[in-house]
Write a protein that binds this ligand. Structure first.
Ligand code: UGA
Length: 421
């Protein structure tokens, strides 16, 4: 099939590369000319395991990127994969979606080929029906187009594998033909399909992310209590997670969730609920636990070393999780803010995320190795579960005092203290 993917960010690019892998002819429409050049040269502008291999195999052949919407006219389907960043009030900013819909509509104007417009971006329930359908309709002057909503469940760093081996494929459509055309694109992938209307598909994405975020905040609250009682929360959640009704995933206690999705999506869901006159107390608590959790690291630190003024604190790990250079909503950010407020000197290390964090905190020291950050430090806070941190041990002897507090369960050395274990 001929597919146009609108947006060459991490969702769009992974989607496009995987569709090409499934045997489709794919065009990416991306405004950033630099990204377009990189994609066509087979060089992924972002790091995702397995992506480079897919680009090498298909870029310039069945996967082509460009800045124009021309390829939409000739495609069987277009997938909207543009960003929906948070607006100031927590709601999702849909301006990129609106612009993409107008351009898709203009490209389809005067054409007669059957075409289905599919929303893959995470959008509030009702967006496909109330914004996408009318905007594309007006811009195209057509009333014969199909519309569908097909959310993604891709984890950063593992997106290619998640795409090709999903737990389920959710396809929301107003009419069965549009849904069938989306289902046909995924032929070759072995996963149950969940067919719904577009609004339910939109809600499935929010409800999934919010439940995963809830599992994390719940685990962290149990973890905080376990620490007071001298119980290992990891043992507890192993015992809890083996219950099939719970599942063992996303029960790792720590400094809280970050990234470009969970915080933004839970905030958008809260906004949506409040707009409907609901009081979403559970979701608000999920966010509140997550706001407080990283600050517990600083609380423990103060208990151990006293006043922070003039102390050197090593921060290991800046990315919101391991395997990425992404620092969006990283729990390291509020921790570094609190350390600086307390007058501490921060020496930070991360295998990938230093350039990104330097833009947020230009005033702190960045180190090329963990050992360098630890040398002479009064204490160390570990914020990201990078596997390489599990091998650290002798490096902690370089510290002025060996006070090591981990916000992720990753260290194997003696004498460390966990945030909630
Ligand atoms: C998340 C979802 O997992 C994807 O299914 C979804 O498609 C994606 O958001 C999205 O909406 O696009 P991602 O943000 O890449 O994916 O990251 P996760 O691997 O889910 O981790 C999110 C945060 O939760 C990280 O800070 C991680 O360290 C934290 N986490 C995760 C925990 O604190 N404990 C856990 O047990 C698991």
């Amino acid at each position: 099939m001929k597919i146009a993917v609108i947006g060459g960010g991490y969702v769009g690019l992974v989607t496009a590369a995987c569709f090409a892998h499934l045997g489709h002819e794919v065009s990416i429409v991306e405004v950033d000319a630099g990204k377009v050049r990189a994609i066509n040269a087979g060089e992924p502008p972002i790091y995702e395991e397995g992506l480079e291999e897919l680009l090498t195999a298909h870029a310039g052949k069945t996967l082509v990127a460009g800045t124009e919407y021309g390829p939409v006219a000739d495609a069987d389907l277009s997938f909207i994969c543009v960003g929906t960043p948070p607006a100031g009030d927590g709601s999702a900013d849909l301006s990129y979606i609106t612009a993409a819909c107008r351009s898709i509509g203009e490209a389809l104007r005067g054409r007669t080929k059957t075409h289905t417009v599919v929303v893959k971006s995470t959008v509030p329930p009702g967006t496909t029906e109330n914004l996408v359908v009318p905007t594309v309709g007006v811009a195209s002057g057509r009333n014969d187009l199909g519309f569908a909503m097909n959310p993604e469940f891709l984890r950063e760093g593992r997106a290619v594998d998640d795409f090709l081996h999903p737990d389920r494929i959710v396809i929301g459509s107003a009419d069965p033909a549009a849904g069938n055309s989306v289902a046909a694109v995924y032929r070759g992938i072995d996963a149950p399909a969940v067919r719904t209307g577009t609004t339910a598909a939109e809600m499935i994405k929010y409800a999934s992310n919010a439940l995963l975020a809830t599992k994390i905040s719940y685990t962290n609250e149990i973890g905080n209590l376990c620490k007071r009682l001298g119980i290992d929360v990891y043992e507890v959640m192993q015992g809890v997670g083996l219950d099939k009704r719970v599942s063992p995933h996303f029960l790792n206690a720590g400094a809280g969730f970050g990234g470009s999705c969970f915080p933004k999506d839970v905030a958008a869901l809260i906004h949506l609920a409040e707009k409907q006159g609901e009081d979403p107390v559970l979701l608000q608590s999920v966010m509140e636990v997550n706001r407080r959790q990283p600050l517990r690291m600083v609380g423990i630190l103060k208990e151990r070393v006293g006043d922070l003024n003039g102390k050197k604190i090593a921060v290991l790990g800046l990315a919101f999780k391991d395997g990425t250079d992404d620092i969006r909503e990283s729990r390291a950010v509020p921790v570094i803010e609190a350390l600086l407020e307390g007058g501490a000197a921060v020496a930070a290390y991360d295998p990938l995320a230093v350039p990104n964090m330097r833009r947020v905190f230009p005033q702190i020291e960045y180190c090329a190795r963990a050992a360098e950050a630890l040398a002479g430090a009064d204490a160390c806070l570990l914020m990201t579960e990078w596997p390489e941190f599990s091998r650290l041990d002798g490096e902690f002897d370089l510290m002025k005092s060996r006070v090591v507090i981990e916000g992720r369960r990753v260290l194997s050395c003696d004498g460390k203290e966990g945030i909630c274990w």
